[in-house]
Design a protein around this ligand. Structure first.
Ligand code: ASP
Length: 324
């Protein structure tokens, strides 16, 4: 029986959760790279971002600098309509951005509902480094960004403004699973010293209710790391990730001895157990441990993660998933 069918048949009975470890061995053989430093890994096929980060790591830059510069590539990419500049607006036409960053020393910074700033990840880093706080929101986050020298910019592209106006005609609000070339970028970097840093940045769900904030800027949900253990990032339906504090859970499971793959699997299983409508949304995780081992698991087929290792950039389709 194929792994995914086994899981499909057993997951909701509760047997699946305890049985995953038996099957994880084979997946571990596929995914375990037993690689040495450095490595950059990110949600979805954001290879330009992992290439930027990985190249920086190979030149000896820190994981923190690499992860910030890496995700900035997607924040500036107008073709990516769920991150940074060119991001999808909410249902009132506002582009509002969420981002967070964590450094190897356990420090964290975050911005939510930030408008008109192309690089929310860099503002999150400033929150982490220049204030005693972790999170700034909305108008206050914007004021802080401007004080820190960031320039305001209109982030709503003409194309997206047109699409939003068309959307207003029918106002359908439902998640669309695995649209190509989109979605939040969560990235983890392991540098040559063996330190891990992480970042997560998004414009959130298209046409969300004004004021809605998802998992991506929430430490423990869209991103968590402990430099003694490893890190995890999530993407997909933010509400499901927040309710299970998914990235924190994965790091804690790795602390208990699970591999990144096993930990991602268990986090997905916990999410779907509490969400009978899980077939209607995607949740995907990527985890990285101190040895450079990578794990990834998701609810639906179609999720891939990008990796940069030893000068090589790859798109790794997660053939490890729960259901089609
Ligand atoms: N997790 C993001 C959110 O809910 C969306 C995504 O990953 O595409 O805001």
């Amino acid at each position: 029986m194929k792994r995914r069918n086994f899981i499909k048949n057993t997951a909701l009975t509760g047997v699946g959760i305890s049985s995953t470890s038996v099957f994880s061995k084979s997946i571990l053989n596929e995914l375990n790279m037993t690689q040495k430093y450095p490595v950059a890994v990110a949600t979805w096929n954001f290879q330009n971002a992992t290439k930027m980060a990985g190249t920086m790591l190979e030149k000896g830059n820190s994981a923190l600098d690499a992860v910030e510069k890496g995700v900035m590539v997607e924040e500036s990419n107008l073709k990516n309509t769920t991150v940074g500049d060119g991001g999808a607006p909410d249902r009132d036409g506002n582009v509002t951005l969420d981002a967070c960053i964590m450094s190897p020393d356990g420090n964290a910074g975050s911005v939510v509902y930030l408008k008109e700033i192309e690089h929310p990840i860099s503002v999150a880093r400033k929150v982490m480094e220049e204030t005693p706080h972790v999170m700034l929101a909305g108008e206050g986050a914007l004021q802080f960004a401007i004080q820190q020298g960031f320039k305001k910019k209109n982030l709503l592209t003409e194309e997206y403004e047109k699409a939003w106006k068309e959307w207003l005609e029918h106002k359908e609000y439902k998640p669309i699973i695995n649209i190509e070339n989109h979605d939040t970028i969560g990235m983890l970097c392991l540098d040559e010293k063996g330190d891990i840093a992480g970042a997560c940045t998004t414009s959130g769900l298209s046409y969300k209710i004004n004021g809605r904030v998802g998992d991506s800027p929430i430490i423990g949900a869209g991103l968590f790391l402990d430099n003694e253990i490893g890190g995890a990032v999530g993407t997909g339906m933010g509400e499901a990730i927040m309710k299970s504090v998914g990235s924190f859970l994965i790091v804690e499971l790795m602390r208990q001895g699970k591999s990144p793959q096993e930990a991602c699997e268990e986090a997905v299983m916990r999410t779907i157990k509490k969400a009978p409508n899980y077939k209607d949304f995607q949740v995907a995780y990527v985890a990285l441990n101190k040895k450079g081992e990578i794990g990834s698991y998701c609810i639906h087929k179609g999720f891939s993660y990008a990796k940069f290792y030893k000068g090589e950039s790859t798109d790794n389709l997660s053939d490890s998933y729960l259901d089609e």
